[in-house]
Design a protein. Sequence first.
Length: 283
Amino acid sequence: MDSAFERSPEQEALIAEWAPPEVDTGRPHSARIYNYFLGGKSNFPVDREAAEKTLAAVPQARTAARANRAFLLRAVEHLGRLGIRQFLDIGTGIPVEGRNTHDAAQRIAPDSRVVYVDNDPIVLAHARALLSSHPDGATAYIDADVHDPDAILADAALTETLDLERPLALLLIAILHFLPDEDKPTDILRRLTDRLPSGSYLVISHLTGDFDPVSTTGGVAAYRNAGIPMQVRSRAEVAALVPDGWELLDPGVDPVSHWRPDPGTELPDPVTIGCYGMLARKR
Ligand SMILES: C[S@@+](CC[C@H](N)C(=O)[O-])C[C@H]1O[C@@H](n2cnc3c(N)ncnc32)[C@H](O)[C@@H]1O
């Protein structure tokens, strides 16, 4: 390579720290902390500091983040094999090359259609990567908050991409633990799911303190101290998120690593995961 085009370490550092003006790099954000756990580069010093404080309390947080992302991909592929071609992914996260919902869905069926929703401007800044749909399918991105389900369901990007008269899969992966009980997550879920037709699916993953209560309490405190509300839930509390009229499918609420693992996978100790996954279907 021509050395005139090589970047110095200082230039690389400046590029890595670049953020669009609407991104507040002075406060940590859950999407960027999670990106740090996954080994990504879309995070800033405040995020890394909050992430390191979490890792001090919960050293297994990186393993948990990877297991959660792997669960997302397995669940989407499973749904694709069941014939689902429409996905609404709320709490998308910063894209991970080749490991996003549309990548998994379109590997099974290229005509799959995906609508992504997140409230973090950094995800919006990366949305182009989420819009790299296979030409036979479609993807769209909505900058919105899960606290406003009606706005999400009425957004033109959603109604132009998904057919709400046909079954779809609603993904709420690693987002509901950012909704404490006072935010009424069951009401939000009911408002999101009421409009969906019979035969639709709901995929949830959710942090829990069931396996390692002491370190989980430390991890939750690290997030709250960083200004990010968080509430972990027990297996029974996660199961109780399944809305009325929906049935929890096999294998029930399981650690994400244990939920329909790929054949031959060695299952980790759930203590190293601390995150439940589940799949439900509307009757
Ligand atoms: C831990 S990441 C999970 C990303 C992805 N679902 C996964 O499991 O790999 C949580 C995501 O939820 C988003 N999020 C958190 N609170 C939200 C809210 N109130 N409305 C919309 N998105 C939210 C964050 O910006 C972040 O991208």
